[in-house]
Write a protein that binds this ligand. Structure first.
Ligand code: ZN
Length: 737
């Protein structure tokens, strides 16, 4: 793919992936302390249950366990965890912050460790054996969480501390932790009666199974479906790197000598952008947008109907009008109405821009005598032609300057300038990895003090989820001594020829910086309690640090030093950078509309209440009512909307990317209003009020402390090249304490 200008992370398919239970929503799972007797004799032989050994506060024991160890380790760690919870809940002394809230923070360590490994395997090493474990364990883990939340004696103790919180002399961080624990328990049904609790647990278990099924159906469609190109003529228009990717994709599937376009975004989008074979574009486009919607055993629509029904019932049970109201209560936006207000403020200008973009493309097609009306499978192809005509900008001109490894060095340099961090690869074999493609880097601060580890898993392979994401293996904390962070960045770059540097697109470069922003959010964490660390913030705030970091890719300092030609070593020419900058707002109509259509459908599906929903009809009718341009399809149609249906985390939450981008655009202008991207004073404020505080401060307060005011919408509209309104949403209201 080619330069796309500034696009929000949602469009980059980013998910932040937290194996740790999410502190904004779930109470922490609990864990045996050292010295606690393990239940079964087999436990002592299970390497996954041991403390992480090795350097840097211990590292995951890759290479020392079998996949078959994962399930018994999860079962055993859950059981031990429940025993610990019972011990806290059954304490004879009156509840205090220390014996209840802090005690809960100290539990859950072994289960956290096992879940980390389990999460790595389900997302990056997902073969048949792992899938079988996932199918079995998903509902069990959900039930486990319910057993903690529904422990009445535990909740009474939390509630007692909560009621007394103003008299206990707590620090602000402790105050917030008490508030979060209490609120999270209530939100998950701690106040329900026994019968209601039983029903809630049953719903959660059913949902967990449905999520796993949805995820696996989607993965199966992406891994197994493809269009095989038989002859050279089918490759017309494709760049060398796309040809090579298609060739190796075919070879790895036993089709040497042919070319395969597999059904993932990273394979499909470049084809749609470059191929001059219109009928093949249509065929591949249809394959891609029909993932999970083919009326066969892997069709996801029935699962969606069930998921929506169960979510609506659960919301009612918990006392909320809809699932959307329940989900948004503890976010920065607070209500579905505020989220919709922002989306609607952006929707109309974006649609208006799409009509202009289509007119530009139609003019090109007419001029070329193509005798077509622009269809969805033409959009990327003709947008590319318009880009070349309007901005004289070509992917193949830019790509030779974007080497994956040089840009990685560029990210490290930015982390040094902004936060004083240093990165050095661990090459002494002291840190094992789960796959030979994975590299580990040690992170230190300016004084050489150890900060954490950063794992980098950049390449696509079978069994690895598509897209790019960050995974927090171990959060920072200093409750009982400093615990150093471990995070990873994961991507799906297609390996090129051996021995040649991997060249990536401008978009991929932005994705790289984006995920690194999440990693820095984890690495800079400076809190006491682990459940408040790093990225454990509300989900409409969590994409803010990552989207903000994307901006540094296009800074002069990074481009001059790290965007260097892979053959000549020459920095990217200033004229080319100017073209890139001029093209920043190009195609923003398309980008914004394909994203917002998904975000609006997500929100409206979850505002619809308990009435049965036919997803296909709902999608069609809602899009028609919104005035969806017929040349664009949702970025994620409902049957493949993994953000929303493979778990709760981003349900009624896909809007978060726009929300976060609004904040990140506003924050970037703080640098521009000062001395520029490397302004030390602004960078320090960013560190002190955003990157280091985790969830110890309410996000709205944290942002205000950084910026000196609330965020507004104007910077976002400028960033996307839309008309700037006089005033807009996302301002002047305070989020929850
Ligand atoms: Zn992200």
């Amino acid at each position: 793919m080619i330069l796309r200008g500034r696009r929000p992370a949602a469009m980059l398919g980013c998910l932040i992936f937290t194996v740790m239970s999410c502190a904004t929503e779930q109470p922490k799972p609990e864990q045996p302390k050292a010295g606690e007797p393990m239940a079964a004799k087999a436990d002592s032989a299970n390497p996954l249950l041991a403390e992480w050994a090795g350097p840097y506060g211990g590292v995951p024991p890759f290479g020392r366990f079998k996949v078959s160890d994962i399930q018994p380790a999860l079962e055993s760690a859950m059981a031990a965890n429940l025993r610990e919870i019972d011990r806290i809940a059954g304490g004879a002394d009156p509840a205090t912050f220390e014996n209840t809230i802090a005690a809960m923070e100290r539990t859950g360590k072994a289960l956290d460790r096992v879940r980390t490994v389990y999460g790595i395997y389900t997302s990056t090493m997902n073969d048949a054996e792992v899938q079988a474990i996932e199918s079995e364990m998903s509902p069990k883990l959900a039930a486990f969480n319910d057993r903690i939340v529904q422990n009445g004696r535990l909740f009474s103790r939390i509630a007692a501390v909560y009621e007394a919180r103003d008299r206990l002399g707590l620090t602000p961080e402790q105050q917030r932790l008490v508030w979060l624990d209490y609120t999270n328990f209530v939100r998950q049904g701690a106040k329900l009666d026994a019968g209601q609790k039983q029903r809630l647990a049953a719903i959660n278990q059913q949902l967990a199974s449905l999520y796993a099924k949805f995820r696996q159906n989607l993965l199966a469609e992406e891994n197994s479906q493809m269009v095989v190109l038989e002859k050279e003529a089918d490759l017309a228009g494709l760049s060398d790197s796309v040809r090579e990717g298609a060739s190796s994709a075919a070879a790895s599937r036993g089709l040497s000598g042919k070319w395969a376009i597999v059904n993932t975004r990273s394979s499909v989008d470049p084809f749609l952008t470059q191929s001059t074979r219109r009928e093949l574009r249509e065929k591949i486009w249809r394959m891609f947008i029909m993932r999970g919607d083919n009326g066969d055993a892997r069709d996801n629509k029935a699962a969606i109907v069930e998921i929506l029904k169960l979510r609506a019932e659960r919301a009612t049970l918990l006392g909320y009008p809809t699932h959307a109201h329940w989900r948004l209560e503890n976010t920065m936006a607070k209500t579905p109405e505020r989220a919709e207000e922002l989306m609607e403020a952006v929707w109309k200008p974006a649609v208006a821009r799409v009509h202009e973009e289509v007119a530009d493309m139609q003019a090109v097609a007419d001029r070329e005598g193509a005798k077509i009306r622009i269809q969805p499978w033409d959009y990327r192809f003709y947008a590319e032609k318009v880009r070349k005509a309007k901005y004289d900008l070509d992917d193949s001109d830019v790509k030779p300057y974007l080497q994956l490894e040089k840009l990685r060095e560029g990210m490290f340099w930015v982390a040094g300038e902004l936060f004083g961090l240093r990165f050095q690869q661990v090459t002494d074999g002291s840190v094992p990895v789960y796959h030979p493609d994975v590299r580990v880097f040690r992170v230190t601060d300016g004084q050489g003090k150890h900060v954490g580890l950063w794992y980098f898993d950049p390449y696509a392979r079978q069994g690895k989820r598509s897209g790019a994401w960050m995974n927090a293996y171990r959060p920072q904390s200093r409750l009982d001594g400093e615990v150093p962070v471990i995070v990873s960045n994961n991507a799906n770059f297609v390996k090129g020829k051996p021995g040649e540097p991997l060249l990536i697109s401008w978009d991929d470069g932005r994705t790289l910086f984006h995920e690194f922003g999440h990693a820095l959010h984890g690495l800079n964490s400076n809190v006491t309690y682990p459940s408040l660390a790093g990225t454990a913030v509300p989900r409409d705030y969590v994409e803010f640090p990552s989207q903000l970091l994307e901006h540094w890719l296009s800074t002069r300092a990074v481009l001059d030093r790290f965007a260097v030609h892979f053959r000549t070593g020459e920095p990217i020419p200033a004229a080319l950078v100017q073209k890139i900058e001029r093209a920043q707002t190009f195609n923003q109509g398309f980008m914004t509309v394909e994203y917002l259509a998904s975000a609006l459908i997500d929100m409206k599906l979850h505002l619809a209440g308990a009435a049965p929903i036919d997803p296909a009809r709902f999608e069609k009718e809602t899009l028609a009512a919104l005035g969806m341009p017929k040349e664009i399809v949702m970025r994620h149609r409902t049957p493949q909307f993994g953000h929303v249906f493979s778990g709760d985390a981003y349900s009624a939450g896909y809007y978060s990317y726009l929300w976060s981008d609004t904040i990140s655009a506003d924050a970037w202008e703080a640098f521009l209003e000062a001395s520029g991207p490397y302004d030390k004073v602004v960078a320090k404020k960013l560190h002190d009020h955003v990157f280091s505080v985790g969830n110890t401060v309410d996000p709205a307060d944290a942002y205000r402390a950084f910026r000196g005011r609330d965020p507004g919408i104007a910077a976002l509209m400028r960033k996307r090249g839309f008309p700037v309104p006089a005033s807009g949403p996302v301002s002047d209201r305070k989020a929850a304490p």
